[in-house]
Design a protein around this ligand. Structure first.
Ligand code: PGA
Length: 268
């Protein structure tokens, strides 16, 4: 894992945007894995700004989102498709027919839908860069604690903690889904690079469990310890429970030198 600690959340977003931009500018048909939630919103703003400044075109990009709620369709403002439209897709030149979200509508077979999503990712050549947030309970996507580390795209039941954490997005009288389709942990680990963003004190314990805890389904993000190219971007608060911070700062200085010479994706 490459753990990089920044002063604040804005710097985390700027760094994440550099990773995305370098991939898109370097590869002819880049495939992005995208995430929803509060954390990546500032990343998407950075990407929109780069696009508007003429520095970044998404015209050749394909994207796959991590997850989608069950029981609300894409016209619903709570859907993650809607989130992606308003936060990114509507403001850049991406071809929306090449943007995918894992759905399972009424009457559709979840197993078939999950397999079809996995197939679509394979047909696109696999995910080059998967953006991730982390839940306060250590989830990635909606892979809640006790998710199989070998899981693939499927339906998951959300934990009460996740439902409570996300309730801030829903009005008191609004339907809040308790089920979702989500890429599995094995799906996420297939990406060539994963870039996890975490900001704020409420993520500090999950970050510690992910980086230095046991590899365990109790903290699904700890599965990233198995990934060859996991980049963890943190603000100081999210990093606050990590020991060995001096090491991460020192190692990052060395990485910056390598990145300058060989590019961010020198291990591609
Ligand atoms: P958040 O969610 O960015 O809204 O904190 C992250 C997650 O649950 O993955």
């Amino acid at each position: 894992m490459q753990v990089i600690i920044f002063d604040d959340a804005q710097q985390v977003a700027q760094s994440a945007a550099e990773w995305v931009a370098e991939l898109i500018n370097k590869k002819s048909n880049p495939v992005l894995g995208l995430a929803t939630g509060s954390t990546p919103i500032s990343l998407y703003q950075e990407l929109v700004n780069k696009h508007k400044a003429g520095e970044l075109s998404f015209s050749n990009t394909t994207s796959f989102n991590l997850d989608e709620y069950l029981g609300i369709d894409e016209t619903n403002e709570q859907s993650y498709r809607h989130f992606m439209n308003v936060n990114l897709f509507n403001h850049v030149d991406i071809d929306k027919s090449k943007t995918f979200v894992p759905t399972c509508n009424n009457g559709e077979n979840p197993r078939e839908q999950g397999l079809a999503y996995e197939d679509k990712i394979s047909q696109a050549g696999g995910v080059d860069l998967q953006i991730l947030g982390i839940g306060a309970n250590g989830h990635i996507g909606f892979n809640e604690p006790t998710s199989s580390l070998s899981s693939r795209t499927r339906i998951k039941t959300l934990t009460q903690q996740t439902i409570d954490d996300n309730s801030r997005m829903f009005a008191a009288d609004e339907f809040q889904p308790t089920l979702a389709m989500t890429m599995g942990i094995a799906t996420i680990l297939d990406a060539r690079y994963v870039l996890l963003m975490a900001t704020g004190k409420n993520k500090a314990k999950a970050v510690k469990d992910m980086v230095t805890g046991a590899l365990s389904a109790a903290c699904p993000a700890s599965a990233l310890q198995l990934h060859e190219n996991a980049i963890i971007l943190l603000d100081k608060e999210a990093a606050s429970e990590l020991e060995d911070q001096d090491y991460y700062i020192w190692a990052n200085k060395q990485n910056l030198k390598i990145n300058r010479e060989f590019g961010l994706y020198h291990n591609y």
